[in-house]
Design a protein around this ligand. Structure first.
Ligand SMILES: [Ca+2]
Length: 512
C-alpha cells in the first residue's frame, strides 16, 4: 500500500505565503469574473472538503473524547481514521458569533456579528472560506443553520453565494418538512439530521457532475434546544436511566467560581440539567446520535460516489455546553465545558501510521477557515486572526500559538468576560462590579481539568499569573487596535482593562 510508505509532506499542500487583503480583493474580483480560471493548479486535482458542524456540543459529548454514555460510533471511527484535537476552543461561546468566526477566521470584535450587536456585513463574505474556494474553482454548497442574516439584505441573498443551497433562517427546525431546503426528503427522513445527509448525497452527485473539486458545509441543528430527537435515535437509549454526571456536576461544585458567573443565564436558567438530568441527557445524547448517524450516511455516500479517497472531512461544533457542570446549563461562559468543542479532521491522504493520533496544540474556531483555505491550496490572508492547522495535522509537536483569547461580549453585562487560555493555564477577568468587585480567576487546566481550584491568590503561581496578565494585556491591545467600530466593541478596550477600577468605566456600560 503506497499510502503507508509516503511521507506526510507528499500529501500536504505546499505552505504558501499569506497575502494581504489589499492584494486579495483584486485577485478575488478577477477570479470571480473568470470563474477561477486563473488558478495555477488544476482545480480537479485539489482535495474535496466536507465541513460538518453541530450546534451546542461540548468536546465531552463524543464517545472518542471519553464519554461512555453517548452513542457516536461514526464519529469515533472518523477520529480513528483521522486526527483528533484535544484543546480546541471557541473564542466566542455562542452560535451567531462563533459561526461568523468559523466562516471568516476573525475574532468576534472584528466581524462584529452577534445577537444584540450586528448582522453579518457583506464585506466579510469575500474573505469567508466558501467564497474563497468558489472563486478558486470549487463547487460549493451549504445546508442547515447558517446562524445570521446579511446586514441590510433579505436572507435569500445568501443563496447566491453558493452553488447549492439548503440553508435556513433563524434556528431552523427539527421537523424536516419545515425547512425549505430539505423538505423534499421529509417523507423518508422526517427528522432533519438524516435529511441533511440525504441532501448531502444529492450534493455529492451534483458536485461530481460538475467536474470541479467541492466544498460542502452542513451546519446541523442538533443538539440545540428544543431537545426533540429522532425516535430512531431515542430508541437506542431506551431503558437507560443512569447517565453519568460530569465530575464537577451540580451547584455545589460552582460555589468557588466568580460571583459574576452566577449571574449568567447559564446559572439562572436551563435548570433541567439539575432538576431532571437523566431525562435531559437522554434527549440530548439522542440528538447527537442522530448527527452521528448522518456522518455515517455521508461517509457511505462518499464511498458510493468514489469520492472518499480525495475528500477531507472536518467535524466540530459552534460552541460547547455545560450540561450541569458547576451547576450550569447553557453555554456562553469561559469555563471548559462551554468553550471547548470537538474537532476531528480526517484527511484520507494521511499516512496510515498517523491515523488516530491526538493533538494537544491550542486550536480554535478561528482556525477553521484558514485551514480549509490552505487545504484547498489557496494562499491565506495575512490579516485574519486564525491560523492554518495543516502543519498541526501533519506533526504532533507543532503548535500555531502559545495562548488564545476567549471573549464574551454577549448577554447580561455582569457576566461578560475576557480570558486567556494556554495548554496549561486559564486566566479569566470579569470586569463588572454589579454582583461583587471585578474578579480574576486562575486555573491550572492541564491538571485541574474540572476548574475546581482558583489559584489567583496563591503566591506559588505569581510568576504564571504575571505572564498570563501580560498576555491578556497584549490581546486587549489588539482588540483596541482592531475592534469593529460599528457595534460598540471599542468600548471593551476600556471595560476589559483590568487596571481601571469599575467606577471609572461604569458609565460605558450602556443599556442594551
Ligand atoms: Ca450554538
Amino acid at each position: 500500500m503506497t499510502l503507508t510508505t509516503r511521507t506526510q509532506s507528499q500529501f500536504t499542500p505546499p505552505r504558501r505565503k499569506r497575502i494581504s487583503l489589499a492584494t486579495f480583493i483584486p485577485l478575488l474580483c478577477f477570479a470571480l469574473l473568470t470563474g477561477g480560471a486563473n488558478s495555477d493548479e488544476e482545480p480537479r486535482n485539489r482535495p474535496n472538503i466536507v465541513f460538518l458542524m453541530t450546534d451546542d456540543q461540548p468536546a465531552g459529548a463524543v464517545g472518542c473524547y471519553g464519554n461512555k454514555d453517548v452513542i457516536t460510533p461514526n464519529l469515533d471511527s472518523l477520529a480513528r481514521d483521522g486526527i483528533r484535537f484535544q484543546n480546541h476552543y471557541v473564542t466566542s461561546a455562542i452560535c451567531m458569533a462563533s459561526r461568523s468566526t468559523v466562516l471568516t477566521g476573525l475574532y468576534e470584535y472584528r466581524h462584529g456579528c452577534n445577537f444584540e450587536r450586528g448582522n453579518f456585513e457583506r464585506r466579510f463574505l469575500a474573505t469567508s472560506y466558501p467564497a474563497q474556494l468558489r472563486a478558486a474553482g470549487y463547487y460549493t454548497g451549504f445546508a442547515g443553520k447558517i446562524g445570521f442574516d446579511l446586514e441590510g439584505e433579505p436572507f435569500d441573498h445568501l443563496e447566491r453565494e453558493f452553488d447549492e443551497w439548503a440553508g435556513g433562517p433563524g434556528q431552523t427546525e427539527y421537523e424536516t418538512i419545515k425547512n425549505k431546503g430539505i423538505a423534499k426528503y421529509a417523507d423518508r427522513y422526517p427528522h432533519c439530521s438524516r435529511a441533511y445527509a440525504a441532501w448531502a448525497a444529492d450534493f455529492l452527485k451534483a458536485a461530481k457532475r460538475s467536474g470541479r473539486p467541492f466544498c460542502m458545509s452542513i451546519s446541523f441543528k442538533a443538539p440545540h434546544l428544543p431537545f426533540r430527537p429522532d425516535p430512531l435515535d431515542l430508541a437506542r437509549y431506551e431503558g437507560k436511566t443512569d447517565f453519568a454526571r460530569p465530575a464537577n456536576y451540580g451547584v455545589e461544585n460552582g460555589r468557588h467560581l466568580s460571583p459574576q458567573s452566577q449571574t449568567s443565564r447559564a446559572a439562572t436558567n436551563y435548570r433541567e440539567w439539575i432538576t431532571k438530568y437523566d431525562e435531559t441527557a437522554k434527549l440530548y445524547y439522542a440528538l447527537i446520535t442522530g448527527v452521528d448517524e448522518a456522518v455515517g450516511m455521508i461517509r457511505r455516500s462518499l464511498e458510493a460516489e468514489g469520492l472518499s479517497e480525495n475528500t477531507i472531512i472536518i467535524f466540530t461544533s459552534d460552541n460547547g455546553y455545560n450540561c450541569g457542570a458547576h451547576g450550569f446549563g447553557d453555554k456562553v461562559l469561559p469555563y471548559e465545558e462551554a468553550s471547548k468543542v470537538p474537532l476531528i479532521i480526517y484527511d484520507p491522504r494521511t499516512p496510515r501510521e498517523k491515523r488516530g493520533e491526538v493533538r494537544t496544540a491550542l486550536t480554535a474556531n478561528v482556525d477553521i477557515s484558514p485551514t480549509i483555505v490552505e487545504l484547498a491550496g489557496i494562499p491565506n490572508l495575512s490579516e485574519i486572526d486564525g491560523k492554518s492547522l495543516v502543519p498541526v495535522i501533519a506533526e504532533a509537536d507543532h503548535s500555531v500559538r502559545a495562548s488564545l483569547p476567549l471573549f464574551n461580549f454577549w448577554g447580561i453585562k455582569t457576566a461578560q468576560s475576557m480570558a486567556i487560555v494556554t495548554p496549561h493555564w486559564k486566566y479569566i477577568y470579569w470586569y463588572h462590579a454589579g454582583p461583587a468587585q471585578p474578579a480574576e480567576e486562575l486555573f491550572q487546566i492541564a491538571q485541574d481539568k474540572l476548574e475546581m481550584q482558583n489559584l489567583i491568590a496563591n503566591p506559588e503561581y505569581a510568576e504564571e499569573l504575571a505572564h498570563l496578565r501580560r498576555e491578556y494585556d497584549n490581546e486587549l491591545a489588539r482588540l483596541r487596535n482592531n475592534a469593529n467600530p460599528t457595534y460598540g466593541y471599542p468600548l471593551y478596550g476600556s471595560l476589559f482593562d483590568r487596571t481601571v477600577p469599575f467606577d471609572q468605566k461604569s458609565h460605558l456600560v450602556a443599556p442594551r
